[in-house]
Design a protein around this ligand. Structure first.
Ligand code: SF4
Ligand code: MG
Length: 331
């Protein structure tokens, strides 16, 4: 419906080193203009794969990715090229995404010239200054002549945001955008992203392992475990009234400044299961304190908990299973 971007990535089996890695399976995720959607998960949960699928760096094995309701077909083709401009990826490590031998002006100018062909140098320079002002790096002249290593981590991440904006995207995919930054400057970068979402009506996918930042920053939150989405809904609901035992575990093990540092934390040193041979039934059952016999036998569907909140867990069996996806009903 015009401003709505809907992505559905389904069943992806990836062959890596000749083993099939179930990196992401049957992931349905929708992003909306003017909204922040968080995907929360541990490392190895497949959350970065979701971002890379959406950025068309990987192709889904099956299923499709749609932009404004239209399937994006790859490889090649005009539709794909248009898509790549509209969907921009921001990575965790801004340093790794810049060529150290080139200045900031080079990096920004390159993208501006690709996406706005036929502009004069003066126009490109002006666009560059506008972008830097938008990410609050002023005066522009103080930054354009610099090399990536001459900037702080926070400044570099602001530059990589400016570079993403240079393509005038509709969608930003931010994979752990602040996790490598000093704690003291993380909030500033998140607030910048929040402001851009509002001002540019962007759809933002915020990938994080930090559930507290998702509560603060996202409109919608989705929790990922072992390549599957296990809970989702309004960020407030998911982070305050978590329905899935895994989400509850993430909340309980997150550092909480309000809690006594000496208070015991739930001991859970187990790591997510291998994605080569994921556990049968509910993938969380080997770690779940509530596991029942059924859990290892049968994979739970999504149960609808009302107001957009859902969980993939048998504890909510009395709730309504979510409507079968229309794509599954009509293959
Ligand atoms: Fe735990 Fe069973 Fe729910 Fe999985 S389905 S999270 S094992 S209670
Ligand atoms: Mg990652």
């Amino acid at each position: 419906v015009g401003v709505t971007k809907h992505f559905a990535v389904r069943r992806r089996l990836r062959d890596r080193r000749r083993r099939v890695v179930h990196a992401v399976e049957n992931v349905d995720l929708a992003l909306y203009a003017g909204q922040v959607t968080a995907v929360i998960g541990e490392s190895g949960s497949g959350k970065s794969t979701v971002a890379r699928l959406l950025a068309q760096l990987y192709q889904p094995t099956s299923g499709e990715i749609r932009l404004r309701g239209k399937a994006v077909r790859a490889p090649g083709g005009r539709r794909l090229r248009a898509y790549v401009g509209q969907v921009q990826l921001i990575l965790q490590d801004p340093f790794g995404s810049f060529n150290p031998v080139h200045t900031i002006a080079y990096h920004l100018g390159r993208v501006l010239r690709i996406h706005r062909p036929g502009q004069s140098s003066a126009q490109v320079e002006q666009a560059m200054a506008d972008l830097l002002a938008e990410v609050r790096l002023t005066p522009a002249a103080q930054f354009t002549a610099k090399y990536p290593h001459e900037l702080s981590g926070g400044q570099r991440q602001r530059i990589s945001i400016a570079r993403a904006l240079a393509a005038d995207p509709a969608v930003l995919l931010a994979d752990e955008p602040v996790s490598m930054l000093d704690v003291s400057i993380r909030l500033g970068v998140l607030n910048l992203l929040a402001r851009l979402v509002a001002e540019r009506n962007l759809a933002l996918l915020y990938i994080t392992h930090d559930i507290a930042s998702a509560r603060y920053f996202a409109d919608t939150a989705t929790v990922m475990y072992a390549g599957q989405l296990v809970e989702g809904g309004p960020a407030e609901t998911v982070t305050q009234r978590a329905a899935h035992p895994y989400t509850q575990l993430l909340i309980a093990s997150a550092p909480d400044p309000d809690r006594d540092a000496a208070a015991p934390r739930p001991a859970d040193k187990a790591s997510p299961p291998s994605l080569i041979d994921p556990p049968a039934g509910c993938r969380f059952h080997p770690r779940c304190p509530f596991a029942m016999p059924k859990c290892s036998a049968e994979a739970p569907p999504r149960f609808d908990l009302g107001d957009g909140h859902w969980a993939r867990c048998w504890l909510h069996e009395q709730a309504q299973p979510q409507q079968a996806q229309p794509q599954q009903a009509h293959p």
